[in-house]
Design a protein around this ligand. Structure first.
Ligand code: ATP
Length: 309
């Protein structure tokens, strides 16, 4: 079931065309991640979807609700992680949650939220004393207090250390278990790859590709890079290279000393053939590896830009 549909969204600031033509739909219960280079238009897109910025053109619908006609109803369905400046520093997490809860007719219990974001032990400490990770967890809790169906998390782990980042990942995965839909932006490729059901890559105000992380990687290349290192030295790799070049599935080879790198459309078949060859020649293979392609390779292929992390 589609919970959010975005069609032909456009927004300019003077002569800057921040969002040129963005289209996507988000399914109920999925973690949908938007990634893209600096200035690609991610924040502007999210702010339009969250109802904070008015688009120049295009449609945003949550089921049959639209911002023009049903703003108040949409506000009840969505939760937006507040910027840390929106929290009250001199109040405790518990007090912040109680305060945010008072803005809504129906809210989840503060205790539930403290448990969900793992802040029960810190519930009575002032926010100003919390670590970066604890503040971000509280921000997610505040987005959850109205028990929304759809949660927007804009770079929830930026600047956090790896452990604090993983703690946030656990919470995002718990939201999914609760049946919530999460729309996420991140600067961390590993995060996008690990958490997302689907990834939308945006560049220059347009969606350049959108799919599951594994399909994006699969679509990118049908070739895999295989590396072999021989114990018997250069002559073994040289002969293996000559042999590999005769295989139909091998598209390219590179040899350096006792190592051989090759690209193949059928890695398993190629390895079986190569091991047949080395066995026959009595050569010993010291190391074998097949390189995994990553979402980072997809990002670079589509945007032509290096990932900045
Ligand atoms: P980042 O990853 O750096 O946060 P982004 O993908 O979120 O980038 P946006 O913040 O949406 O990109 O910005 C897209 C473009 O629109 C940029 O060129 C930005 O400078 C410009 N822009 C965004 N908001 C405004 C504004 N309020 N006034 C003028 N220009 C803006």
């Amino acid at each position: 079931m589609t919970v959010l549909e975005v069609k032909h969204l456009k927004k300019s600031f003077g002569s800057i065309r921040a969002v040129q033509d963005i289209n996507f739909s988000v399914n109920s219960g999925e973690i949908f991640t938007i990634i893209g280079p600096n200035g690609a238009g991610k924040t502007t897109t999210l702010e339009m979807v969250e109802g904070l910025v008015t688009p120049d053109a295009g449609e945003i619908t949550f089921g049959d609700l639209s911002w023009e006609k049903n703003g108040n109803e949409i506000k009840k369905k969505i939760g937006v992680q507040p910027q840390s400046g929106a929290m009250f520093e001199l109040l405790t997490p518990e007090e912040n949650l109680n305060l945010f809860a008072s803005f809504y007719d129906k809210a989840r219990s503060t205790h539930d939220i403290l448990e969900l974001v793992n802040l029960v032990d810190h519930r009575k400490n002032h926010v100003k004393k919390l670590s970066g990770g604890q503040r971000q967890r509280l921000a997610i809790g505040l987005a959850m207090i109205s028990d929304p169906d759809v949660i927007f998390l804009d770079e929830p782990t930026t600047g956090l250390d790896p452990q604090a980042r993983r703690n946030i990942w656990d919470i995002i995965l718990q939201l999914k278990e609760l049946g919530k839909t999460t729309i996420l932006t991140t600067h961390y490729m590993e995060e996008a790859e690990k958490l997302s059901d689907r990834v939308c890559i945006v560049d220059q105000g347009k969606v350049v590709t959108l799919d599951t992380p594994s399909s994006l990687i699969e679509k990118l290349t049908k070739e895999r890079e295989v590396r072999l290192t021989f114990l018997d030295g250069d002559h073994a790799s040289e002969e293996a290279n000559t042999f590999a070049k005769t295989l139909q599935s091998v598209t390219k080879t590179e040899r350096e000393g006792s190592s051989l790198k090759l690209w193949t459309t059928k890695p398993e078949d190629t390895l079986v053939d190569l091991f047949g060859f080395t066995k026959e020649k009595n050569y010993q293979v010291e190391q074998v590896s097949i390189r995994e392609m990553s979402l980072e390779d997809v990002f670079i292929a589509y945007t032509g830009k290096e990932w900045r992390d």
